[in-house]
Design a protein around this ligand. Sequence first.
Ligand code: LLP
Length: 420
Amino acid sequence: MDHFTYQHGELCAENVPIRRIAEAVGTPFYAYSTATLHRHVQVLREALSPLSPMLCFAVKACPNIAVLRTLAAAGMGADVVSGGELFRARKAGINPENIVFSGVGKTREEIDYALEEGIRQFNVESASELALLNECALKKNVKAPTALRINPDVDAKTHAKISTGKKENKFGISMRSARLLYAETAKMEGISVQGISMHIGSQLTSLAPFEEAYSRVREFVVELRAAGHTIRTLDIGGGLGVPYRDGDVPPLPADYGRMIAGIFSGLDIELICEPGRLIAGNAGILITRVVHLKENEGRHYAVVDAGMNDLMRPALYDSHHDIIPVMAATTALSAFDVVGPVCESSDVFMKDTMLPVLHAGDLLALRTAGAYGASMSGSYNSRPLTPEVLVNSDQFAVIRARQGYEEMLRGETFAPWQSP
Ligand code: LLP
C-alpha cells in the first residue's frame, strides 16, 4: 500500500497534488511519501517482531539524507557499501552503533573512516579484505567488529544482474573458505569476530531461495559455535521483492517473518536485516512531463522530459514501472511508447502502455521508483541531476535541488596549456 492516490481527479502524494509540486519545482522530479516510508518500516517490523532484528536500511536504494533521516526517526539503522554512504548515514544522524558496512571492495581509506566512526559491524567479503581490516584496526589499536559474508550458493531466481548468492557471483565467501578464515581470525589481534552475514539477491519473488540459504547458514552458525567461535550476530541481508504492477504477488512480509522465525528461533542470535527496495520502492514516484507527441510508422510516441539517466532500471534490467497520468483519465485509452530524450535506443520507459489522449505538457508518473531510481541516476547527455521532493501529509520540501548547468560542470577545468 502507498499514499499516491487520485483525489478530486488528480494524483496526489499524501495530501499534496502532484500538479502543485510540478508547478513549483519543474519536471522531472522524484517524490517520496513519508507516510509510505513509515508504513513499510512498520509492516516489516511487525512481520519480524518475534525476533526483533535490527533493521538497517540499504542506503544504496535511496540515499537522500532527508529520506535517511525519516527512516532513522522510524528507528532504522543503515547498511552502507562505501565511504560516501557512511558519510550520508552519519549526516542523517544515524548512530554508528546501527551501521553495518557491506561490499566487496572496501578500500583502506573507507575502512579507516568506518573504524574512526565506530560502526557496528564490517561484513567482510574476502581474505584480502580481512587482512586489510586487521592491519587498519591494529594501527588504530582497536578491534574491528567483524562478520564474514557467506556466499551460500543459492539461486535467488531473480534477474541475473541482481543475483548475488550463487558461487559464480563475486560476492561473499564460500563456506569452505569461510571455515578456514574464521579459524585464522584467532591470530588476528585487530579482528573481533561477532557474526555471519549474507545477502543472496534483490527483488526475490519467492521465499524458497531465502529458506534454503537461511537453513544453510543456520547449520553453519551451529558448526562455527561448536568450533569455538563467537557468533552473536546474523545479518540476513535484504532482497524481499515488491509489486511493480497489478498482479505481482511477491511474498508477504508476514510470511517472510514466519519463515525466519521458524528457521532462527531458538538459535539465540541477534538478527540484522538490510531491506532496501521493500522500504523505498513503492514510497517514491518519478514525475515527468510530455514534451512531444510523435507518430512514426504507426507507433505513437510520448517523448517525456525524464530519461534513462534519471531512471535507469528499464534500460538496464528491462524492468517495468507502471506509468499513469497525473490528471485522472477522462478519455479512452490508447497505446503509447513512453520514451525519454536521451540519444540511446534503450531510453524507453515502456512500450505500448495504455494512456488517455495526451498533449504536450501533460504530466505522467512512473510508479515504484523510490528504490534504485534517484540513487542510480546520472547526468548522461549532460542532463542535470533530477530534484527530489519529500512529502509529509499536506507539506512538501525539495530535498535535492535541481542541478544547474554551472553546478553540473563543477570540478571541470581547462588544462593549463589551453586558453581560459
Ligand atoms: N544488502 C546488500 C549487501 C545488498 O547488496 C543489497 C542490494 C541490499 C542489502 C538491499 O537489497 P534490497 O532489499 O533492496 O533488494 N539496482 C538494482 C538492485 C541492486 C541491489 C544491490 N544490492 C535494481 O534496481 O533492481
